[in-house]
Design a protein around this ligand. Structure first.
Ligand code: GDP
Length: 472
């Protein structure tokens, strides 16, 4: 597909050219240098190779099972606005200060770790909201082990609660429910349990499989128990890491500090990282000049599941970028430069996400099995009707999945979810927000807007039968 668009010919022509050379390829298949040269020649192009993405991959050390030791879980808190995500994060951080680290002033660096009363460590991503979670996932980063879904007991299960649950489920991250604001006179935890049950989230105290804890981020009631449940969920995952190899993990956030240079918060997921190490993070690199925890304490060396703020990179990587401790500065520089180059090239690159036009092509090459759809609409009734009809379009070849549906305009978080799950978005009598439209353009997510259900169904049906007239 990339080659076709570089040569400005259709993918089918490239696939046919491959076939005539005896190569049966799919649309996403990578071709080797020789094949590319021959095929480009058929279309009258000369090839000159620059960096390939493979050259920019860091060969990470394999883990010998004997070297693996337990690591702390990494937790994200999600839920509807004002249900208490920030309060809960703040309470947990402040209530679990170990004697040695008291005194420092809390800095919001995007992540922190605590030690529970029983001496167990938990790392938290301090970027509440599923937008951050899904943005990272859209970039291929997987850092969350357990998601806490907060629901305020004096309110209801809200659209963003549903979204948060949805996002965690799509990412296959186990969920622990925190029913918050239990101190409030209007709190009604059972009503929340019931509303969750209606979403197929049956909590354990009602015989279901989801752990659930009533808490108050104001008084601290239930929070120790909540952390115990998180640890229990984590235990089931048997989280392990090799603490001895060269450190690697994910960038949580990065910024430029006028006085000190680029500051990046990294979540070390495996291995160790110390002062003086050379770190490569996305297209940037540098020597670790200093490391700090969320209280501004200086650190010398850190291991798995540790969030750390580092000083020394030559630029600000993006949240979700992977980082690696490297053998030498030279190697780090070379890869960083190649990544920069590829990023520049990619900005003129092709569609990476599914579109209706693309369905026919992918069907033709036989690697299209599932169509993920997000349905947004103005009223519940039409969303249900549309979703049901779309599901019924599933054929033996292609399964239609409605991965999310809801009332309201198409939001940034819908687009991010679409990007993470390679979905198209269908809006019925609704439009995307300005922000959503911008992200959709950048991420090349297809948004189709309809005002007649029949039109929506027919177009998708045609696309799935490979009958849609290309719009380009
Ligand atoms: P977020 O938008 O989900 O991060 O919610 P916040 O943490 O900002 O909380 C929203 C409001 O609810 C704030 O005014 C908090 O003080 C309040 N709040 C949060 N948790 C509790 C709680 O457990 N009890 C009470 N009474 N108020 C709470």
């Amino acid at each position: 597909s990339d080659l076709a668009s570089l040569m400005n010919v259709s993918v089918n022509e490239v696939i046919s050219a491959c076939m005539s050379l005896g190569m049966f390829v799919s649309i996403n298949q990578r071709l080797d240098a020789e094949a590319i040269t021959i095929i480009a020649d058929e279309f009258g192009y000369d090839v000159s190779f620059t960096s390939t993405e493979e050259e920019t991959e860091v060969i990470e050390e394999e883990d010998n099972p004997d070297d693996l030791t337990d690591r702390a879980p990494i937790v994200t808190i999600m839920g509807h606005v004002d249900h208490g995500k920030t309060s809960l994060l703040d309470y947990i951080r402040d209530a679990n200060v170990t004697a040695g680290e008291a005194g420092g002033i809390t800095q919001h660096i995007g992540a922190y770790d605590v030690e529970t009363k029983d001496g167990k460590r938990i790392a938290f991503l301090d970027t509440p909201g599923h937008e951050a979670f899904t943005a990272m996932r859209a970039r291929g980063a997987k850092i969350t082990d357990v998601a806490i879904i907060v629901v305020a007991a004096d309110d209801n299960v809200m659209p963003q609660t549903k979204e948060a649950i949805n996002h965690a489920q799509v990412a296959e991250v186990p969920i622990v429910i925190a029913i918050n604001k239990i101190d409030k006179p209007a709190a009604n935890a059972d009503k929340i349990r019931e509303e969750l049950a209606n979403l197929n989230i049956l909590v354990e105290d009602w015989g279901g499989k989801y752990q659930c804890q009533e808490v108050s981020a104001k008084t601290g009631q239930g929070i120790d128990e909540l952390l115990e449940k998180v640890l229990l969920e984590a235990e089931l995952l048997e989280l392990k890491a090799n603490a001895d190899k060269k450190g690697l993990g994910t960038v949580v956030e990065a910024s430029l500090d006028k006085g000190r240079g680029y500051l990046a918060t990294l979540m070390v997921q495996s291995g160790k990282m110390k002062i003086g190490d050379v770190v490569l993070a996305g297209p940037h690199y540098g020597k670790v000049k200093a490391m700090f925890d969320h209280r501004g304490n200086r650190l010398q060396e850190v291991g798995p599941s540790t969030p750390v703020q580092m000083l020394g990179l030559d630029g600000a990587p993006q949240a979700g970028d992977r980082f690696n401790v490297m053998e030498s500065e030279r190697e780090a520089r070379e890869i960083a430069n190649k990544r920069e180059q590829i990023l520049r090239e990619q900005s003129v690159r092709t569609k990476k996400h599914i579109t209706l036009d693309e369905i026919g092509r992918r069907l033709a090459v036989g690697n299209f099995k599932e169509l993920n759809v997000i349905v947004k609409g103005d009223v519940d009734g039409s969303i249900e009707a549309l979703s049901d009809s779309l599901l019924k379009l599933s054929t033996e070849e292609v399964q239609v999945n409605i991965i999310h549906k809801g009332v309201g305009q198409i939001s940034e978080s819908d687009v991010l979810l679409a990007s993470a799950s390679d979905a198209i978005i269908i809006g019925f009598q609704v439009r995307p927000s300005g922000g959503a439209r911008r992200i959709a353009e950048n991420e090349e997510i297809e948004i189709r807007l309809y005002s007649i259900i029949y039109d929506a169904i027919n177009e998708i049906k045609d696309a799935m039968e490979g009958l849609l007239e290309p719009t380009e």
